[in-house]
Design a protein. Structure first.
Length: 250
């Protein structure tokens, strides 16, 4: 037997002796005393897994909340992407603001834009290595080179101002200029890798036209692209290298 029944019967008997809307009075009295079951009341939370995480299950007497529409989900994803970009801006600023080339960083919707002022090709080589920018991700204009990459899952545009002019100056100064991955290398001098070894060009090219370098005069050869990819950035040293005559390639 329901334990509330004796109390409910007593209350009903007392209210039947009253005047007015007896039925309404009885109903409100029973509800106020907690003797009626509320079908909309939940007794403890029950969770279910959703694509967005855990969410409470709606009471059996209420319809479950509808799943977001495709448009709603796209809007939610867009908001999240913009928020990730805003957070990355703070990380980039804290990490690179002390660098002499660093001009600024901002969020452009879901993309982060990093602005640099490049005065030396060696500095740009370091930025490309640090940010993971490769040649096919570069676009050159009259006064700026734009490199596109990603940090985490956030798209990043890197604007290297004055780099085209710096490249032209480097090309004019080089005795044997060779352009690779957005940089100009002077094949007439050695290039030191990140381990401290120096690589030299002696006039040999691969079948694809890539210069072949040797380390500290050893007979083994490695392509310029391979050295840059594995041990770069490589920086020029001042010792000229005697090589076969030839014009610029690349």
């Amino acid at each position: 037997m329901n334990g509330n029944l004796p109390q409910a019967i007593t209350m009903i008997r007392e209210l039947l002796a009253g005047d007015g809307d007896v039925a309404s009075a009885i109903g409100h009295a029973l509800d106020g005393a907690g003797l009626l079951v509320d079908p909309e009341r939940t007794f403890g939370a029950v969770l279910r897994r959703t694509p967005q995480g855990w969410a409470p299950v709606a009471p059996a007497t209420q319809p479950a909340p509808p799943e977001p529409t495709e448009l709603e989900q796209q809007a939610s994803d867009w908001d999240a992407a913009c928020e990730r970009a805003a957070q990355l801006v703070d990380v980039v600023r804290a990490t690179y603001a002390v660098e002499p080339d660093f001009v600024g960083v901002r969020a452009d919707k879901d993309t982060v834009v990093i602005s640099l002022q490049i005065a030396e090709l060696s500095r740009w080589a370091g930025w490309m290595s640090t940010l993971g920018i490769v040649e096919h991700q570069l676009t050159s204009l009259d006064y700026v080179v734009c490199g596109r990459t990603t940090i985490g899952d956030v798209p990043v545009s890197v604007l290297a101002y004055d780099l085209p002019e710096v490249q032209l100056v480097a090309k004019a100064k080089a005795r044997r200029p060779y352009r690779h991955a957005g940089l100009v290398y002077d094949l007439a001098v050695g290039h030191k890798d990140i381990t401290g070894d120096t690589w030299y060009f002696h006039g040999d090219y691969s079948a694809e036209g890539m210069p072949l370098l040797s380390k500290d005069g050893r007979p083994e050869r490695c392509s310029l692209a391979g050295v840059v990819d594995m041990l770069g950035p490589i920086l020029p040293v001042r010792e000229p290298v005697a090589a076969a005559q030839g014009g610029e390639r690349g």
